[in-house]
Design a protein around this ligand. Structure first.
Ligand code: ZN
Ligand code: FE
Length: 258
């Protein structure tokens, strides 16, 4: 018999972040993906009767690691973070590198280094449950802004995520989907899957429903930031025949001005 899958509890935090608690039913081991809002996370833990064992950080920004110290003080949890971010993630106890695995009870996560948004951003992939927590690297129909990394780094990071199985559930750290979709149709106006998705997203947001998680397959079909090989995008950007990286970089520049 297969082990029970990872339980994921998702809830809104701050203005447009999502908090995520992941729980291994076999052992009770529980982790918070990032710590956007310690009070909200403690409330959700209590409501479920879960004890927090770990925070798994994606990067150092305050809306991702700002609650680390308060969660440690309240629960005695340990903070797991990228070694390259050790000096700027508050309370980091356990340091990980690209390709490392870390277990939440019987659920194993693999660290995928995805520099670009920041220089040391990491994603957490639970292969056995088909779930990836991607922080501010990949968003539904979007990707993170390039604060510290370069376009080539981000392009490589997104390519690594796109290599995950199509049915992988992608848990992004923000509800940015509507704005991303409104931009996406400007760079790929002929993509009918994208147009249909934008209509779905508009309906979901009007009804107050989340549009996250998404899947790798849906992003491959509709997210312009991972579709640099699309002829429609190339034509819309005036970059027919250009390298994929140039198409991605121009898409990112246009989104910055959108
Ligand atoms: Zn960030
Ligand atoms: Fe963020």
């Amino acid at each position: 018999m297969a082990a029970p899958a990872l339980e994921v509890h998702q809830f809104p935090c701050l203005t447009d972040n999502y908090g995520y608690l992941v729980h291994d039913p076999a052992t009770g081991c529980t982790a918070s993906i990032d710590s956007p809002d310690a009070d909200a996370i403690l409330r959700e833990l209590k409501a479920r009767g879960w004890q927090l064992d770990y925070v798994l950080n994606t990067h150092h920004h305050a809306d991702h690691a700002g609650g680390n110290r308060a969660l440690k003080a309240a629960t005695g949890c340990r903070v797991v973070a990228a070694r390259a971010d050790a000096d700027r993630i508050a309370g980091a106890d356990i340091l990980v590198d690209d390709g490392d695995t870390f277990s939440i009870g019987s659920q194993q996560a693999t660290v995928i280094a995805t520099p670009g948004h920041t220089r040391a951003h990491i994603c957490w992939w639970f292969a056995g449950s088909g779930a990836a927590f991607v922080g501010d690297t990949l968003f539904a129909m979007g990707c993170g802004r390039l604060f510290e990394g370069s376009a080539p780094q981000m392009w490589q990071s997104l390519r690594r995520l796109m290599a995950l199985p199509d049915d992988t559930l992608v848990y992004c750290a923000h509800e940015y989907t509507l704005k991303n979709g409104q931009f996406a149709v400007t760079v790929e106006p002929g993509n009918t899957a994208l147009a249909a998705r934008l209509a779905d997203v508009q309906a979901a947001r009007a009804a107050g429903r989340p549009t996250v998680p998404t899947t790798i397959g849906l992003e491959r079909a509709t997210n312009p930031f991972v579709r640099a090989d699309s002829e429609g995008i190339r034509v819309a950007l005036g970059l027919a025949g250009a390298p994929d990286l140039d198409v991605f970089a121009e898409t990112r520049r246009r989104k910055d001005r959108f």
